[in-house]
Design a binder for this molecule. Structure first.
Ligand code: SAH
Ligand code: SF4
Ligand code: F3S
Length: 457
């Protein structure tokens, strides 16, 4: 069953050439870095944990907002010193910013190689070709690449939860978003390879798998040898849930326009599919949603939420919010605040709108909300979310939850930290428990970020 290349521990061997990988952006990038490490280990590199020891530094980058890119330019400035100390050091840029900026990155003094998200199999060739003295670049996007046959080498520390990418790219074209340009067209991965990876993780002690895609509800796979054999996202979810009741399954991201009732019913059928849905609304105003090309209205979104509440009454819902999108009026902003209240999100990722070159929004709509207004609106969104998170957590006081232990509390080694099925962080006195245990905990108190409780015996 175990794949020949599979390893739950990165190879640490200071005699081999050393690679240091720094990952920015979303979970898909974290998952991709694990694919990259697998490719590099096969060609003789070992992972190192100190950047000063590296022979090869790879930055897996993000382009989603301007500040994500600015961080990388800043990072490259720091590498000038490292390169002076070690003339043979190779610096490579991977990921979404590599795809977006291509030659512009390659012409930076410290950059030796640039590789886009669909070219990681080519990394050994690109590195080998550097001996010619020329910088190397490959940013081809693929219609097919899913890295299905590459078993990622897990870099996470806890050995309990892991990500599995089930698809790549995005076809949605939200007007503000750079992802379809830098990640290419949407493609779904063969369910057999997803199952194999999930089983191997479980056999290696992992207890929780998060299935990743920009829009998991549009996952669809048909067998090229037998086109009548099709697998939908709800079916895939069920297949993974059936591996073992002690293997928790999460997924992200759900698109409000696509989330099917079949997914909700599948979630209701299996206790190991976690009761949490990340359902980004972005804005509460119909005018803004239209301009964002999100393809749902406020009423349609709220109808989806009502269906979730009906089928999965204990599920939490989280969101992403954008403050200050093109043309956003004060009234539109108030609509965003009110939809947050209407849904009662337990948590949210909240951003100021950042114009991305060449997107539909950049081409058609002026970025006309002043910086101070964007900042003020974002602060109001954050303040409201803190209130909602606290309220959501307070409602859990007195209730019991099954917590999967991920590690120790940052404050105290005698407390363990884990998550409930609803994805809330919960801290409780360790007793005899260890990382990877399921523990039933009664919640006694909370903050806006954390539940605190004791084991139910
Ligand atoms: N596929 C996911 C989101 C991926 S990007 C979805 O559709 O929900 C993660 C989040 O970044 C988005 O949900 C959005 O809130 C934010 N984001 C994307 N582009 C942005 C931009 N140009 N400015 C600010 N935030 C942006
Ligand atoms: Fe971007 Fe929209 Fe695709 Fe999400 S669904 S990645 S926001 S284009
Ligand atoms: Fe993710 Fe950033 Fe790319 S959010 S898909 S790493 S642009």
């Amino acid at each position: 069953m175990t794949n020949k290349y599979y390893s739950v521990k990165p190879v640490l061997d200071n005699k081999l050439p050393q690679v240091f990988i720094e990952t920015y952006g979303c979970q898909m990038n974290v998952s991709d870095s694990e694919v990259v490490l697998s490719v590099l280990q096969k060609c003789g590199y070992a992972l190192c944990d100190k950047i000063e020891n590296a022979d090869l530094i790879l930055l897996n980058t993000c382009s989603i907002r301007d500040n994500a890119e600015q961080r990388i330019w800043g990072r490259l400035e720091n590498f000038k010193i490292l390169k002076k100390k070690k003339r043979t050091l190779i610096v490579g840029i991977l990921g979404c910013m590599a795809e977006r900026l291509k030659e512009e990155l390659l012409s930076h003094q410290v950059v030796d190689l640039v590789a886009g998200p669909d070219t990681y199999r080519d990394l050994p060739n690109l590195i080998a070709a550097l001996t010619s003295g020329d910088k190397q670049i490959n940013t081809l996007l693929s219609q097919e690449e899913t890295y299905a046959d590459i078993s990622p080498v897990r870099m996470d520390k806890n050995g309990v939860s892991a990500f599995i990418s089930i698809m790549r790219g995005c076809n949605n074209m939200c007007s503000y978003c750079v992802v379809p340009y830098v990640r290419g067209a949407e493609r779904s991965r063969d369910p057999k390879s997803i199952m194999r990876e999930a089983r191997e993780l479980f056999e290696n002690g992992y207890k929780e798998i998060s299935l990743l895609g920009q829009n998991v509800d549009s996952y669809h796979w048909s067998n090229p040898d037998n086109p009548t054999h099709k697998v939908s996202f709800a079916e895939l979810l069920e297949m993974i849930a059936l591996i073992d009741p002690k293997l928790r399954v999460r997924f992200s991201t759900s698109h409000p326009k696509d989330m099917a009732n079949s997914v909700l019913y599948t979630m209701a059928m299996y206790q190991n599919i976690c009761n949490h849905i990340h359902l980004p609304v972005q804005s509460g105003s119909d005018a803004i949603l239209e301009r964002m090309n999100r393809k749902y209205t406020r009423a349609e979104y709220l109808a989806r939420v009502a269906k979730i509440r009906e089928i999965l009454p204990t599920s939490t819902i989280s969101t992403d919010m954008i403050a200050g999108f093109c043309g956003e009026t004060e009234e539109d902003h108030l609509d965003s605040l009110s939809i947050m209240r209407d849904v009662g999100y337990y948590t949210a990722f909240m951003f100021q709108y950042s114009e991305r070159p060449n997107t539909k929004a950049a081409r058609h709509y002026p970025d006309d909300v002043p910086a101070e207004t964007k900042a003020r609106r974002l602060n109001e969104i954050i303040a409201l979310q803190n209130e909602l998170s606290l309220k959501s957590n307070q409602a859990d006081i007195g209730k019991e939850f099954e917590v999967l232990v991920e590690g120790f509390s940052k404050r105290s080694k005698s407390d363990l930290l884990g998550r409930t099925s609803q994805n809330k962080v919960c801290i409780f006195p360790a007793g005899d428990h260890k990382i990877g245990d399921y523990v039933t905990v009664k919640v006694l108190s909370c903050s806006s970020a954390t539940l605190k409780g004791v084991e139910v015996v």
